[in-house]
Design a protein around this ligand. Structure first.
Ligand SMILES: [Zn+2]
Length: 265
């Protein structure tokens, strides 16, 4: 399946309008993938699914390594170091076989970075300080019973917001595309670690649930961006002209994503 993804956060304004002829992988840079929300996978994405997460996998060779070494980064990337004589495919198979360990390691990392009273968290376009009392935990207008957060405040809000996103975003995305004749085959909401959205060659759009944390107009831009990929499966000048036509404020939204997007990950 051909997947079109977004890499344009790496493009300065000067780059926009320069021909970008369909090959997203030209913009792929594994060092950037760790940090930037808008990135594309390698032509054949290397991923491993563990628990309810899909992790991008990076394979590195090390001539002194005597065995496979697995690490889960704070950005949610699985890094496999492959010993001399072993193959990349072997490294991927090793990572896949360690899914339980990866899920546990990710849970441990997430627990360490749990939110507490006073943590600043984006929700619906504003940054709120988490407040807690014996009965409730609140992030601005989002309020949960305290017992829902027994295994972590962050996990509790994220589960809640992911459910909100699943209920809300597919319909909102279809409604945004409708006046422009941009109709996806389907819209799914996912827990992507490294992108805001993607559009497949088959006309299916996937959106990151974290869109509900953004300002509405930024989330709308992300959806319109993916909808325009239905017509232009690339980041060509024509693609960007069409984006500008359907979303005149797209540059402001891009700026928000560059400035604040990584706070959501
Ligand atoms: Zn894109």
């Amino acid at each position: 399946m051909q997947v079109t993804t977004c890499t344009h956060a790496r493009m300065s304004d000067a780059n926009i309008g320069r021909a970008f002829t369909g090959d997203c992988s030209r913009w792929y840079d594994s060092r950037v993938q760790l940090h930037l929300p808008w990135t594309a996978p390698a032509p054949r994405p290397r991923v491993v699914t563990a628990g309810d997460h899909t992790f991008p996998v990076e394979v590195a060779r090390h001539r002194l390594a005597r065995r496979y070494i697995l690490r889960v980064t704070a950005a949610g990337v699985v890094r496999v170091t492959v010993p001399r004589g072993a193959s990349v495919a072997g490294g991927l198979a090793f990572a896949t076989g360690q899914a339980d360990w990866i899920a546990a390691e990710w849970a441990r990392r997430s627990a360490r970075t749990d939110w507490g009273s006073g943590t600043a968290v984006w929700y619906r376009g504003e940054q709120h300080r988490i407040t807690c009392n014996d009965a409730e935990v609140a992030c601005g207008p989002a309020v949960l019973p305290r017992q829902r957060a027994s295994s972590g405040i962050r996990a509790a809000f994220q589960a809640q917001w992911r459910a909100e996103a699943a209920a809300e975003l597919p319909g909102r995305c279809a409604a945004l595309g409708q006046p422009h004749g941009l109709q996806p085959v389907r819209v799914q909401v996912r827990n992507q670690q490294s992108r805001w959205g993607s559009c497949s060659g088959q006309g299916s759009i996937a959106l990151n649930w974290r869109l509900v944390q953004m300002p509405d107009d930024v989330a709308d831009y992300v959806m319109l961006h993916e909808l325009v990929h239905l017509e232009h499966p690339n980041h060509s000048a024509r693609f960007w002209r069409r984006v500008a036509a359907v979303c005149p404020a797209w540059r402001t939204a891009e700026r928000w994503l560059r400035m604040s997007g990584r706070d959501l990950l």
